[in-house]
Ligand binder design. Sequence first.
Ligand SMILES: Nc1ncnc2c1ncn2[C@@H]1O[C@H](COP(=O)(O)OP(=O)(O)OP(=O)(O)O)[C@@H](O)[C@H]1O
Ligand SMILES: [Mg+2]
Length: 268
Amino acid sequence: MKKIISIMSNSGGVGKTTLTTNVAFQLARKGKSVVMFGCDPNGSLTLFCGLDDPKREQTLDNVLHQDFDGDYPLFPVWRDRIQGVDACLGGLPLLETSQRLVLDKRGAYALSDTLEDYPLPHDYLLIDCPGTIEQLHITALAACTDILVTLKPEDKDLDAVAKLLEWISKTRKELRLKPPPEVLGVVPNGFKDRAMQRDNLGLSGIDGLESLPDIMRLMEIQIFPTIKDNAYVANAVAAGLPLGLYRPGEGINKIYEKIANSIIEGAK
Ligand SMILES: Nc1ncnc2c1ncn2[C@@H]1O[C@H](COP(=O)(O)OP(=O)(O)OP(=O)(O)O)[C@@H](O)[C@H]1O
Ligand SMILES: [Mg+2]
């Protein structure tokens, strides 16, 4: 596997799962094979892939059990339209998984150990994380090579992202990850052209405001183009499709493609 990317935020509903499915589709468009892991008890990935709820033994919970035998419960995604995308789904069973991993001596490394023992044949793995930092985040962090962070350009989200970046930096040291996973970039999503959002994105032309691009430049973290709030993005998700299949001509697809390119170009 070339890269394992955790899609993280420190707030809910900011577009992680939407980003996961759309980037997976763009990678597949470029002939890459991709597997998405729904690492979230909310199970949104299932819906966003247009799949039915899996049975407990068909979820990521099974993969994160100590007695896992390497038979990943993978579901093909959008296979009638594109080749190369699979998903291993999350959902409610992951609430127990998370508690179990806290007590497990190698809980933090459960996924990383499994992927080492039973490698997947895909080029890329995208891990769709929950909206608040918890045990599943630690397990995803220990398994990944890179992190994509998404946020809404609101004050509260900017603050939450700063805390997430601090947590990543501290936790990857504590876990002694070698090499440590790097933040591949930050993706502002759901821009509504409001004054606070313009200020936070450095678009208001007022000097002296600390905007997200300024902070990311200081931290040497790439910031991707802003994804606007767009009804087609939401409608595509509701239809269980990536925007690239739902509305191929929509400009936002170019941003998802740019992120996919960045993943490929940086591939080790
Ligand atoms: N750019 C956008 N424009 C319009 N709607 C969007 C956009 N991005 C995401 N959405 C919608 O916002 C909702 C939340 O998105 P999504 O589920 O991807 O966020 P999330 O961060 O994964 O949430 P959670 O923390 O609950 O897992 C979804 O209904 C999705 O359709
Ligand atoms: Mg989600």
